[in-house]
Write a protein that binds this ligand. Structure first.
Ligand code: GTP
Ligand code: MG
Length: 443
């Protein structure tokens, strides 16, 4: 198997990064992409010693980059004592094997690197299961390398028999393990789902965004949660929810989620479906963007693309459009952020700008969230018989009550509640509901 997993006691991985600039991409873009790959590599514990970008009209079927460049890498491996080559693009199993045979050190691609980081970062059982499923799915078509290796040992390429049988056995075992893990994951997801139900009545806002955008910093800023913030990529894998209080004392639930990245492995998107359920069920998405990055616009598109996949995976096809979203430009305290933010705010109508680290713009953002909460609600006068204990109990537990008067057999409320709850109240017999005008300062 080629799943990359250096032993924890051997952090001395010296890596060469390799990118290809194809027609249509700019050199600048490719440089930024490789810088991100470098961040991924150092997050995984490797030291980036060399970076190579080759300009090509198309990739080489057998070795991805040209033979000459491969020879350059072979020399670098010797001269600089490198022991890892990381490609920014996904390699086919055959390409990885061909290159490895030539450079004679470990060759991995972006997907393997990301899977490795996820597996190191996973803390909860749910995250661990999700990562292992993604890793096994990735490894499945690559088991052939294991078989090749075995059959060479057995004395001849092309020998039928034990080698091939072994491969089939290996594949079956991997598939069985995937099935087993999926079942385990389902059990856990059900339990998590039960817990989520208790939050259904509260307004749920979920922070989504590119990795390192500052999502955890924003959650900490608003709730004092003490979640890990770091310059490393994928600090957060499990969703974390906290209550946030608004200035008028009202509360909503804010959830921090796993970050997305360019070329996020599809297997990961699929297996993180359970974790990302917070996205599918949110009342509001806060799409956090690091506006100080020159690639912020590309990253918005990448995040939207992954969101589309996540929502499709969750069975809510086309739901993306239905969840109201505020684009939040972060890191405006940085020089590059300051420069870019005015134009960015103009291009994205429902947007806000903040510095999660310094606290700028937070009040305005909270005001916008409050506006979204209020859009889901109505102010109403509700009259019903005092004998209807059930409906009264429902009103008292779900609505914000502004006035309560009892006159003989009738109880009268003036209240603020969710539109959907008004529907439920109306269904009880003998109830009179009058919708009152929206008071812009009152709610
Ligand atoms: N200058 C500046 N840095 C910030 C700001 N917000 C966050 N950061 C920094 O950006 C880095 C990433 O922040 P996190 O909050 O961990 O980002 P994240 O989006 O949760 O990242 P992942 O969980 O890895 O996806 C940290 O080093 C933060 O200190 C900001 O407003 N200004
Ligand atoms: Mg985080």
């Amino acid at each position: 198997m080629t799943v990359y997993s250096p032993p924890p006691d051997k952090p001395e991985e010296r890596a060469c990064l390799v990118g290809v600039k194809l027609p249509g991409a700019t050199y600048e873009q490719e440089k930024e992409n490789l810088q991100e790959l470098g961040q991924l590599a150092s997050t995984a514990g490797a030291e980036v010693v060399e970076t190579i970008i080759q300009q090509r009209t198309r990739v080489d079927g057998a070795t991805y980059i040209g033979k000459g460049k491969i020879e350059d890498i072979e020399r670098l491996v010797q001269d600089k004592g490198l022991n890892l080559v990381v490609f920014d693009d996904d390699l086919s199993p055959a390409q990885a094997r061909n290159i490895e045979n030539l450079v004679k050190v470990n060759v991995i691609d972006r997907t393997e690197l990301i899977l490795d980081i996820f597996s190191r970062r996973a803390r909860t059982r749910q995250a661990k299961l999700q990562v292992e499923i993604a890793q096994l799915n990735y490894a499945l078509p690559r088991l052939k390398r294991l078989w090749d290796h075995l059959s060479r040992q057995a004395g001849g390429i092309g020998t039928r028999g034990p080698g091939e049988t072994q491969l089939e056995v290996d594949r079956r075992r991997v598939r069985e393990r995937i099935l087993f893990l999926k079942k385990e994951l389902e059990k856990i997801s059900k339990r998590v789902g039960e817990r989520r139900k208790n939050r259904k009545d509260v307004f749920n806002a979920t922070i989504v965004g590119y990795t390192n955008a500052g999502k955890s910093t924003l959650l900490n800023r608003l709730s004092g949660a003490g979640v890990l913030e770091s310059g490393q990529l994928f600090s957060t894998l499990d969703s974390i929810s906290r209550k946030v209080g608004l200035p008028d004392g009202e509360e909503f639930v804010l959830t921090d989620t796993v970050g997305f990245i360019r070329k996020l492995p599809t297997h990961l998107v699929a297996s993180f479906r359970a974790t990302l359920i917070d996205v599918a069920e949110a009342d509001l998405l806060l799409h956090l963007v690091d506006v100080s990055s020159p690639l912020f616009e590309d990253r918005i598109l990448i995040v939207n693309d992954v969101l589309g996949k996540v929502l499709k995976e969750s069975g809510g096809q086309g739901k993306t459009l239905k969840i109201p979203t505020i684009v939040v430009f972060n890191k405006t305290d940085r020089e590059t952020g300051k420069k870019a933010v005015a134009a960015a705010l103009k291009s994205y109508p429902a947007s806000a700008s903040i510095s999660a680290a310094k606290g700028d713009g937070i009040d305005t953002l909270l005001g916008m969230i409050k506006g979204q909460i209020d859009r889901n609600r109505v102010k109403a006068r509700v009259e019903l018989p005092v004998s209807d204990g059930r409906t009264i109990a429902f009103i008292e537990s779900s609505a914000r009550i502004l006035e309560r008067t009892v006159e003989e057999e009738t109880i009268r409320f003036v209240l603020i509640t969710d539109k959907k709850d008004i529907g439920k109240i109306e269904k009880a017999g003998n109830v009179r509901v009058t919708i009152l005008p929206h008071d812009p300062n009152g709610i």
